[in-house]
Design a protein around this ligand. Sequence first.
Ligand SMILES: NC(=O)c1ccc[n+]([C@@H]2O[C@H](COP(=O)([O-])OP(=O)(O)OC[C@H]3O[C@@H](n4cnc5c(N)ncnc54)[C@H](O)[C@@H]3O)[C@@H](O)[C@H]2O)c1
Ligand SMILES: [Zn+2]
Length: 349
Amino acid sequence: MTAVPVVAHRRIEVPLAGRGYTVHIGPGVRNLLPEVVAATGARRVAVVTARPAGWTPDPGVPFLTVPARDGERDKTLAWVEELCSRFASFGLSRSDAVVSVGGGTTTDSVGLAASLYHRGVPVIHLPTSLLAQVDASVGGKTAVNLPQGKNLVGAYWQPRAVLCDTDYLETLPPRERINGLGEIARCHFIGAGDLRGLPLHEQIAASVALKASVVASDERDAGPRHLLNYGHTLGHALERATEFALRHGEAVAVGTVFAGRLAGALGRIGADRVAEHEEVVAGYGLPTALPPGMGTAELIALMRLDKKATSGLTFVLDGPRGAELVRDVPERAVAATLDAMPTGPAPHA
Ligand SMILES: NC(=O)c1ccc[n+]([C@@H]2O[C@H](COP(=O)([O-])OP(=O)(O)OC[C@H]3O[C@@H](n4cnc5c(N)ncnc54)[C@H](O)[C@@H]3O)[C@@H](O)[C@H]2O)c1
Ligand SMILES: [Zn+2]
């Protein structure tokens, strides 16, 4: 990938007192790397990259390149330990910095390693998947998996800057693009407004701006941040029920359609707004129907395990005051809405 100068691009501020940072979005923004490294004061950096050589611009200081292992299977504490050992062997000091280049599994594990190494060194994310650009790289949540479940060990560690270079997305497989679009589509219902028809970089910027404002009001997920989980209660259940054959963004898309129907069934929104859920999700080319073979009882049991569900069945639902967390939704309304959902084709392997 050849270096191109950074011309006009979008800058979104994440306004956190003393730890605020900028998310840069647009073609070529990876070339801001030397500038953002210099702003950290680092004299050297470790670049952990899941992408081929040539995707990371010269950071402007001496650097170590560590090839990342991307994918969910290597999002482990063992990998975080190995990363920290590589940093130590290189002599990375507490005033140096780490750079991640890859999808959300890379930004999550490298972010966690940066939060732990020397009790925390600056990290700069260069997310390369659409999902990582609109969601995973922004907001400071980092985590790895345990055999018992996903994202069970992590830390809040805000990056110093995020460079969402849209050139990276040119090589993204269609299914990975769809995965990111699922997170963009749900933004329509939680305050981003109608993003359909905008150029992709504008849609990324709007999604990031929404996340930035939510994170600024609730960095540690004590309240408003749950809005970002729109469509996720059923989404998480569908991921598990299909043994992850349905990708996260696809599952969230179906969950978003379901959230609209459930809000309609509870009298929180009218038929037009329910239909809008289906239109928006379908308009992005995302699935709107349940995969075959989903049992209502199994899905309800999985939704009761959702980490937001402290008691009963909990959903983020649209309503007269906009989307909000609704606890103790009656099981019969959930079951009836699930039963009324259409069934679509099996997810691609
Ligand atoms: N921390 C958070 O707030 C947060 C939010 C959402 C998701 N996540 C995490 O993010 C992860 C999912 O992210 P993901 O979907 O990016 O996963 P990923 O890192 O596995 O990337 C998905 C696939 O796309 C490939 N890829 C990435 N960029 C590419 C490019 N430019 N061209 C071609 N192929 C490319 C990767 O090699 C991989 O096969 C999950 O582990 C999830 O828990 C974290
Ligand atoms: Zn999500």
